[in-house]
Design a protein around this ligand. Structure first.
Ligand code: CMP
Length: 138
């Protein structure tokens, strides 16, 4: 099924000049960039984005991290895009990520883990319009 998913290149990876490398990994697998921009989130914007995690012990630390510097947000489109993006990213915890995945290669730890991707169609339906209006998605 054709799907769209929201991907974020997180502040740790942007700081290390990995934007091109990470985008290439998705494009090489035949996924298409439908929208893309560089932004810096405020703490409040990061809290709104990760509102589903508000009761988690890592919510404060995660939202501090996500607002510490610029990120690249993008909409990626393709057949089965949500699952394929998650496979290319690897497990949330880089210690458990498979060889050749973005997180295995570039994540620092479970929090500073280089990338985010929507985990379900429901998440994508919240996350895509959080950053992009319809006329920005091509
Ligand atoms: P992400 O895919 O963006 O979804 C939620 C984020 O919370 C996750 O990647 C990590 O950056 C962070 N995260 C998830 N679990 C933990 C944890 N146990 N400790 C710290 N941060 C976490």
């Amino acid at each position: 099924m054709m799907e769209k998913t929201l991907v974020i290149i997180k502040p740790d990876a942007v700081k290390k000049n990995l934007i091109g490398e990470i985008i290439s990994r998705f494009e090489k697998q035949g996924l298409r960039i439908a929208a893309l921009k560089k932004i810096k989130m405020t703490k409040e914007q990061a809290k709104g984005f990760y509102i589903v995690h508000k009761e988690r012990p890592f919510y404060e630390s995660l939202t501090d991290f996500m607002s510490e510097g610029p990120v690249v947000v993008m909409v990626i489109e393709g057949d089965d895009a949500i699952a394929r993006v998650r496979k290319i990213m690897g497990a949330t915890n880089p210690a458990q990520a498979e060889e050749g995945t973005i997180r295995k290669d570039f994540a620092e730890n479970i929090e500073r883990n280089a990338v985010h991707g929507s985990d379900s169609p429901q998440s994508a339906a919240y996350e895509i319009p959080y950053f992009f209006s319809a006329i920005e998605i091509l």
